[in-house]
Ligand binder design. Structure first.
Ligand SMILES: Cc1cc2nc3c(=O)[nH]c(=O)nc-3n(C[C@H](O)[C@H](O)[C@H](O)COP(=O)(O)OP(=O)(O)OC[C@H]3O[C@@H](n4cnc5c(N)ncnc54)[C@H](O)[C@@H]3O)c2cc1C
Ligand code: FES
Length: 339
């Protein structure tokens, strides 16, 4: 029996390998051309120490100097010793280049472009080979003929038949213009990825998802992944946008609510002149029950000012969630605007 192991490197690059239950992760990685830093290979030095984000495994044998009981209880592992007992997600404490690997490149075809509202477009890619990724991650897509790339988070779940994306239509934006004016079914695009450390961890406690605008995309991917394994804990989404016309994919969210028994959600529109009944920012709609006294995993994604405002709200309110993951949809640094 073999399992799928995702190796998420320090720089966000993620590679997937297949590891038989009888093999150590380090050996299976080596066979796949990925050299996780190793020294003794014997559980004695701790050089191969990594962190298991999700999944079950047999830890193997090692000495306390290499991995303490406390570290093992936290989820640290020795890849030269561990053998998988389920699919795994491992955080490798080194950049991909130090492990003689890098981000993978793929060619795809535009399958469809759908205008969801005057401000938001979705598009899907047909892939030559299925792309493995962790729900919440993104790829860097090249704008054909420009030599420039833009980052987009998958809105579809891993394993879905097509890769889907949700994009804010920025007037005169390079990728926005390409997608809305030039892209047609069959247009070829290149991308690299998956990348990113903003991905859904094993659901061990209530989850609060906070989206700003198209920051909804990776959270839709996470909800899609939850369909495959419905969480036993409550999951709540607060989805905030600026204007009525930015509110999209509502039917898709309602579909998740119908299929996921523990999932609830609300939306809000910031503009005071909005027709939508819930006005204001996402923080107005976070209830004490969603925070579960701090025992909650928070996933936050949106434009940089929104992400910063929500982080400030948490700090100023003295709320310290058990885990807090966020992704900022910063404009490309080519425009010098990264936050
Ligand atoms: C990790 C990551 C994931 C991302 N995922 C997504 C995603 O799933 N969906 C998505 O829509 N975007 C996402 N983005 C943002 C995306 O990469 C692009 O920056 C965005 O789509 C604009 O690209 P463009 O080529 O159309 O505009 P550009 O040509 O890059 O920009 C044109 C002009 O518009 C300004 N601008 C850029 N973005 C904005 C904005 N949001 N609001 C106002 N002005 C802006 C620029 O500074 C520039 O002056 C992500 C960014 C990161 C870093
Ligand atoms: S390489 Fe020394 S403990 Fe794994």
């Amino acid at each position: 029996m073999s399992f799928k192991v995702a190796l998420n490197f320090e720089d966000g690059v993620t590679r997937f390998i297949t590891c038989p239950a009888t093999d150590t992760v380090a050996d299976a990685s080596y066979r796949a051309g990925i050299n996780i830093p190793l020294d003794c290979r014997d559980g004695a030095c701790g050089t191969c120490k990594s962190f298991c984000e999700s999944g079950t495994y047999e830890g193997g044998s090692y000495i306390e100097d290499a991995l303490s009981d406390e570290e093992a209880a936290q989820g640290f592992v020795l890849t030269c010793q561990m053998k998988p007992r389920s699919d795994l997600v491992l955080r490798i404490l080194a950049p991909a280049s130090a492990c003689k690997t890098g981000v993978s490149k793929q060619e795809a075809e535009i399958e469809s472009v759908t205008k969801l509202s005057p401000t938001t477009v979705s598009f899907s890619l047909r892939l030559a080979a299925p792309v493995n990724f962790l729900s919440g991650q993104y790829v860097n897509i090249e704008v054909p003929g420009s030599g420039q790339t833009r980052a987009y988070s998958f809105s579809s779940a891993p394993g879905a038949p097509r890769a889907e994306f949700l994009i804010r239509n920025i007037p005169s934006g390079l990728m926005s213009s390409f997608i809305t004016q030039q892209a047609a079914p069959g247009t070829k695009v290149n991308f690299t990825g998956p990348v990113g450390s903003f991905f859904l961890r094993e659901v061990k406690r209530p989850v609060l998802l906070l989206a700003g605008g198209t920051g909804l995309a990776p959270l839709l991917s996470m909800l899609g992944a939850m369909l495959a394994e419905p969480p036993a804990h409550p999951v709540h989404l607060v989805y905030g946008v600026t204007n009525d016309e930015d509110l999209v994919e509502v039917e898709r969210i309602e579909d998740f609510a119908a299929k996921l028994p523990n999932f609830t959600w609300s939306a809000c529109v910031a503009s005071e002149s909005a027709a939508y009944p819930h006005k204001g920012y996402v923080t107005r709609y976070i209830q004490p029950a969603h925070l579960n006294g701090g025992d909650v995993d928070v996933y936050l994604c949106g434009p940089p000012p929104m992400v910063e405002a929500v982080r400030r709200y948490f700090t100023e309110s003295g709320i310290a969630p058990a885990s807090f993951h966020y992704e900022k949809f910063a404009p490309s640094t080519a425009h010098g605007a990264a936050a």
